[in-house]
Design a protein around this ligand. Structure first.
Ligand code: NI
Length: 266
């Protein structure tokens, strides 16, 4: 079994072949997916999907790209949403993106901190997006963690060793995406070689970042198997071992996700 720990199944990209896409995932042994939240305004659509399919969990958040659309949003908005629905198992994705800078950095930081507060208050894990913002990320997480610990994952990890080491030092998980299959990702593979097995997750981030050998296509949950295969090579494990380890880790981190959901898959 495999769990796609981060994808965006509510995006229009999947409108036309949603059921077929799920069938292909099932054929590859994918037993559950976590649909990350990008935009709290889309939460209703995410919930409709999660209510229809027991094995699709969801999260509530505002991506740093969209932070500028929610200048007044508060931790309580995320808390109320998350506590109001059993399929919302995490806060995020949220964080910092200094590569695209689609939202002003001050705004990214402000909205990120509100979501950290929501994770602290609810006890739900935080799904973190970080791109070329390692130093600010470490400082913000460190300061908040000192005030009140919380759990989380650095999703789609593409940062340096310093952030990985810091994240591990506060008990966070680190998720491998298709990026680890790319030719030029040697540095990232080296970081993954050092990450303890009990902190590893796999994901697609579909529809983005399809792994080799389907790179450039629309990504979908079935393709998480390619990433798991590469991770197995990096960790000197069998595919089955990595699939089991990352699935177990998923349910350890996202405790509100019951693994009973996957039995309803049939
Ligand atoms: Ni994402």
């Amino acid at each position: 079994m495999l769990v796609d720990s981060h994808c965006h199944l509510d995006f229009n990209d999947f409108e036309e072949d949603f059921e077929e896409m799920l069938d292909r995932a099932k054929e590859q042994g994918v037993t559950a997916m976590l649909n990350a939240g990008n935009n709290i305004g889309e939460l209703q659509h995410q919930l409709e999907i999660s209510e229809k399919y027991p094995f699709i969990y969801t999260a509530v958040g505002v991506h740093p790209h969209n932070a500028h659309e929610y200048p007044e949003i508060k931790a309580q908005d995320f808390i109320t949403a998350a506590q109001g629905h059993k399929k919302i198992v995490a806060i995020g994705e949220c964080g910092l993106d200094y590569y695209y800078d689609y939202s002003p950095r001050e705004m990214q930081i402000k909205i990120f901190k509100e979501q950290i507060k929501a994770a602290q208050e609810t006890g739900l894990p935080l799904i973190i997006h970080n791109r070329e913002s390692d130093q600010d990320m470490i400082e913000i997480l460190q300061a908040a963690y000192k005030e009140k610990p919380f759990s989380g994952v650095i999703h789609c990890f593409s940062s340096g060793k310093e952030l990985a080491d810091f994240a591990l030092s506060i008990g966070f998980y680190i998720s491998a995406s298709g990026i680890i299959t790319f030719n030029k990702s040697n540095d990232i593979r080296e970081v993954f070689a050092q990450i303890p097995e009990d902190k590893l997750l796999v994901e697609t981030d579909a529809p983005y970042l399809a792994p080799v050998p389907v790179r450039g296509r629309r990504n979908e949950s079935a393709f998480v198997s390619y990433t798991a295969e590469k991770l197995a090579q990096i960790k000197n494990k069998s595919f089955e071992e990595i699939a089991q380890i990352t699935s177990d880790n998923f349910y350890k981190l996202f405790r509100k996700a019951s693994d009973k959901g996957r039995y309803d898959y049939e």
